[in-house]
Write a protein of this length. Structure first.
Length: 430
């Protein structure tokens, strides 16, 4: 092989990757939002480095069920939501009901956190609920005008900024070492009721909710449509795995940052969304320097803004495709008939989420913990659906996961089911 041929192969690989990249990075940015900036930071601040093991474990055990969304889309050229219909109408209806049950709480939690970073960046806390209204209107407007194209471009820029700023803060924090513990410091206990509830909430959105795996398949198909390129299965999986690895590593970094900067200080992370955002930004500036405040504040808001846009898009696409499959029979008329419903769903999700936020007022932690715990209870059902679709008659043998991934899937289903049942028992009898 001569050098020219080698360069040609490299160029071909890069060209293919540039046409494939997008869905995995979009997934990473969606996950990095609340689960990292809020939950992982709280985990380190309240419980210390012991939470690193739980974060690594849950990322590992949830991995197969997210990957299966991308695997199914590439292999069948349909979304995994179409696969739920293959399992039977009851499965599709159950998925639809679970989506309706969770989407307002999930979007509300992400929107509430995003509004806090928006207020912190621009110093406009006096707007209160109007901040959320403005934010939601902007998100809906962007998606109605540009849909996936704008989302794809925006997310890639945000991902790069957040990645470099987080790694920089992490390295500075490691160099500076942990803060000194105050006299008489007593760490929170993970074995009491509040500790158990927080652990379940942390795992519920670590790296994100399992039911969001359907978004991977929808975004994978949309990227193919956008570039007019059908990647090989290995290309799709490589791109997704890269995004998943990034979000998993960053989750660990946020736990360590929370530990090094807050654990043992006796300082509670605020419950107000704007104050919490200010504390998270301080987490960076304490390690990098005060000069970086505006850069970090902008980066943190940018990643949350990217997350809330992705959440709006993901749920709207999910509703659109699910309703198409449930209520129509003629595929040739589906796209034309339901295209405008995407906008209607965006407005519906924004309105419902705003009502949820108004009910929780300024109780950031309660809203986030409720939304994440709800996602954890739903997780085993979606995990089982996804596993059945990629290991049974619905997928060619050559596209099915390896034995190792199947074993990991069984372990993940047992893990998710066990903790979901445990959570319900505690909730009922506590």
């Amino acid at each position: 092989m001569n050098f020219a041929h080698f360069l040609s192969m490299i160029n071909e690989k890069l060209s293919a990757f540039s046409k494939t990249v997008g869905p995995g990075i979009l997934f990473a940015c969606t996950a990095i939002g609340v689960s990292h900036l809020v939950q992982s930071t709280r985990a380190g601040a309240d419980f210390g480095l012991m939470m690193v093991g739980f974060v690594i474990l849950v990322n590992l055990l949830k991995y197969p069920f997210f990957e299966y969304g991308s695997r199914y889309a590439n292999s069948t050229q349909t979304s995994i939501i179409d696969g739920y219909k293959q399992l039977g109408k009851p499965a599709l209806w159950l998925y639809f009901l679970l989506t309706i049950l969770s989407m307002f709480f999930v979007t509300g939690a992400v929107g509430f956190v995003t509004a806090g970073f928006f207020e912190n960046l621009f110093g406009i806390g006096f707007l209160e609920e109007w901040t959320i209204v403005i934010l939601f209107v902007v998100c809906v407007g962007i998606l109605v005008i540009g849909k996936y194209n704008i989302l794809d471009s925006l997310i890639k820029v945000i991902a790069i900024v957040l990645l470099f700023s987080t790694v920089a803060a992490f390295l500075f924090a490691i160099h500076n070492g942990p803060i000194d513990h105050i006299s008489g410091f007593e760490p929170k206990q993970l074995t009491d009721i509040s500790g158990i509830f927080f652990l379940l909430a942390l795992m519920g959105w670590m790296p994100t909710a399992v039911d969001l795996s359907s978004w991977n398949s929808l975004w994978t198909l949309e990227r193919m449509k956008q570039t007019n390129y059908k990647p090989h299965l290995k290309e799709t999986l490589f791109e997704f795995r890269l995004g998943y690895l990034i979000t998993s590593v960053l989750a660990v970094m946020f736990v360590i940052l929370g530990t090094l900067i807050f654990y043992g200080s006796g300082e509670e992370l605020p419950n107000n969304n704007s104050d919490f955002a200010q504390k998270v930004v301080t987490l960076y500036t304490k390690t990098i320097g005060d000069w970086s405040y505006i850069i970090i504040a902008s980066s943190a808001f940018s990643v949350m803004f990217g997350t809330i846009i992705a959440v709006f898009d993901g749920y709207s696409r999910t509703l659109q495709r699910t309703i198409e499959l449930i209520f129509t029979k003629r595929e040739d008329k589906i796209r034309t008939k339901f295209r405008t419903f995407y906008t209607i769903f965006l407005i519906m999700i924004a309105s419902g989420s705003f009502l949820i936020i108004s009910q929780f007022e300024n109780n950031l932690k309660e809203l986030v913990d409720f939304a994440t715990a709800l996602s954890f209870v739903i997780a085993p059902i979606i995990a089982i659906f996804n596993f059945k679709l990629v290991t049974g008659k619905f997928l060619d043998k050559k596209h099915q996961p390896s034995i190792l991934l199947k074993i990991l899937s069984y372990a993940g289903i047992i893990f998710l089911s066990g903790f979901a049942i445990f959570f319900l028992i505690i909730k009922i009898f506590s």
